[in-house]
Structure formats: C-alpha cells, structure tokens
Design a protein around this ligand. Sequence first.
Ligand code: NAD
Ligand code: DAU
Length: 363
Amino acid sequence: MSVDISNAILVTGGAGFIGSNFVLQSLAHTGAPLINLDLLTYAGNPENLASLQGDSRYRLVQGDICDSELVASLLREHRPRAVVHFAAESHVDRSIADPRAFIRTNVEGTFNLLQQSRLYWAELDDRSKNAFRFLHVSTDEVYGSLGAEDPAFSETTPYAPNSPYAASKAASDHLARSYFHTWGLPVLTTNCSNNYGPFQFPEKLIPLVILNALERKALPVYGDGMNVRDWLFVEDHCAAIRTVLEHGRIGETYNIGGNSERTNIDVVTTICDLVDEMRPQAASAPRRNLITFVKDRPGHDRRYAIDASKISQELGWKPAEQFEGGLRKTVAWYLANTAWVEGVKTGAYRDWISKNYSERGNI
Ligand code: NAD
Ligand code: DAU
C-alpha cells in the first residue's frame, strides 16, 4: 500500500534556541502544520513558543528522538512532507565536562530519525517520495580550526572535529550522507556558524555576557580572548534553512554564515558598551571593567569562518542582518524579556554556571 504525504513538517528540538525561532518564523510565513518533537532537556523551553498557545497548526510532543516507536508513530500519524532536525546536545563546554549525552542524542538520535524516516519514506507513493525531505541541521565546528590567514570553510573542507560535541555532529553528518547515498533518502545538510539572538540559553557567550553585564558580575573570557567566531543572527539562519528545504538539491550540503568574524574580546566589549548605553548608571564604572580572563577551554578552536558562496549563488540566500544591528536587537531583547530570563535561571542553569566557572578560577 502506498501512502501520500501531508503538508506538515516534523521538527525536532523546536523548543531550543534555533528550533523555536524556526517554528515561529515558519508558522508566520507558511501556515503549514508543525509538529515539534522535543525532550525538553535543560535547553528546551516551551515558554519560547508561548505565543503559539491555542494555535491549531502547532503541536508539541515531549519525547526523545532516540525512541524509535515514538518517531515511527509520529511519522505514521502526521505523514509529514519533511523532517527538520535541530535536536541535539549543543554546548561544547558541556561536551567536555560529560560527553555521553552528546553521543546518545547527536549520534544515536540522528541515526534513529534517519532510520525511521527511511522506513516511512519507503512506503510513500512516487510523487510523495520525490517531494519528501530530511533536513539535517549541523555546524561549522565539524571542520575544525582555522589559522588567521586560512581560507574560510567551504563544503569541501575536510572534516576535523576537535571537541566531543563537534565529533558527535560530524558523525551525525556522515550518517545523514550515508542514508542519501545508500538508499536515496532525500537528505539535505546545513553547516552553520555561531548563532545569536532571542531565546538563546544563557550558558553561551553572548547571552551569558549580556546578563552578567546587567547584574555587574564578572564577564569570563576564555584564554586570551582572541578566538574568532563568524556570527549570524538566528533569524537569518532560519531563513536559510527554509530556503534549503524548499530549493536545495538533495544529497547536497550547504554552508551558512554571517560574514561577520569577530574576536571574542571584541564581542564582549561591544556588549558592555551596549548595556552601558541601554542601562546607564552614572556613578558606576564602565562595564568593560568587569571583563575577567579565565582558564581556556581545552582544545579551544582558534578561528571559524564560513564561505557561504554556494548557498548564496545557487539559492540566492544572504544574511539580512549586520552583526552590530543584530547584537543591538539581541541586547534589547534580553533587557526587555525579564520574565523569560528569570524563568531560565533554574537550578540546572545555576549548577552549570557554578561548575564551569569555579573550575576555571578567577571569578
Ligand atoms: P539548543 O541546545 O538550544 O536546543 C536543543 C534542543 O534539542 C532543546 O530544545 C532540547 O530539549 C532538544 N533535545 C535535546 N536532546 C533531545 C532528545 N534526545 N530528543 C528530543 N529533543 C532533544 O540548541 P541550538 O543552539 O538551538 O541548536 C540547534 C541545532 O543547531 C543543533 O543541532 C546544533 O548542533 C545546531 N547548530 C547550532 C548553532 C548555534 O550557534 N547555536 C550553530 C550551528 C548549528
Ligand atoms: O560554530 C557553531 C557552534 O557555535 C554551534 O555548533 C554550537 O552549538 C554553539 O554552542 C556555538 O559553539 P561555541 O563554542 O563557539 O559557542 P560558545 O557561545 O560556547 O562560545 C563562543 C566563544 O566564546 C568560544 O570561543 C568560547 C568563548 N567563551 C564562551 C563562554 C561560554 C568565552 O570566552 N567565555 C565563556 O564564558
């Protein structure tokens, strides 16, 4: 018996930072139903999607991407035209503290999604088979570290992951590739640089520094602060994913980046100046004085940079936001959304901050 697809999309990890921005943007633009499979780990927050309460196009299913029965039953029930796979353990420092969950979710979980998607896809009629897509969301960290003068990462840069997080994402990329080459499952993979913007959990550099600056706490900078990241506003990443989903060539990978390389110390000082401007305190010292250099991350990649010419030339995508404008919007968002901020500073958050920074000394 052959099966027809619906116009629904199954998103995994849609309660996390990028996933929730993607869910909101997709529903605003397309109106197609969206099912969000998310385990709601410490990084998953249904509050990110509170504005969708009562929206019949959206359904949250709390569950594990490693659960094959659950994934199979969601595919059977909703007959999605696409799976967009964000769910992951995503924080490099946590992967150094305890890598096991990264292997389980990022490797086994991606394997399980690919496998269940393949079984579902095999039962589809020919038209639906051609239309179906599995979009795997990945990272530039799989390419390793660049020297100051090296050309940016392209889609043909050899993989050289340096952290357990990057290695687990690299493994998941290879699995995704193998399902296309072996069975013809219509897989697309995106490898993106560092995102920033609303709803990012404040264990990552930019939201952590905004919130610490606001509270006049120490601003921890690893090593010499000269590591470089290529920053992309999260809404631009989501737009790129939507473009690849609709127009990308199956079996291809697309690099996504912001063309905004900045040293960490540059990012941190810019945030200090923005917070000083938006929350001036006449009698207090500039927030730059709070910057504290702490013990470096082991194996800390020195520089990431993305060559996004393939997605730009083939599919016409370009980032809309410049880094300075996006950062200003982001600082303003964290300052305005105090209830959201208080809500995420749970026990799990406090435990992590105390574990990560007490071991680094100086703060
Ligand atoms: P995040 O940590 O904010 O969110 C991850 C989400 O996945 C959370 O909602 C969490 O509850 C969910 N999840 C975790 N384990 C799960 C499981 N076993 N089953 C179901 N759900 C589970 O991550 P993010 O920053 O939004 O990143 C999303 C994706 O984008 C990841 O795959 C990451 O590797 C990739 N990526 C992130 C960035 C970045 O800068 N944040 C850049 C490039 C690529
Ligand atoms: O490049 C894409 C990746 O970007 C994604 O795949 C990851 O999911 C995402 O977490 C991010 O990884 P990074 O390790 O680059 O992000 P993070 O915000 O943890 O760190 C950014 C830089 O800032 C990095 O060089 C480490 C440094 N840093 C980080 C923290 C938390 C500090 O100097 N101090 C800090 O306290």
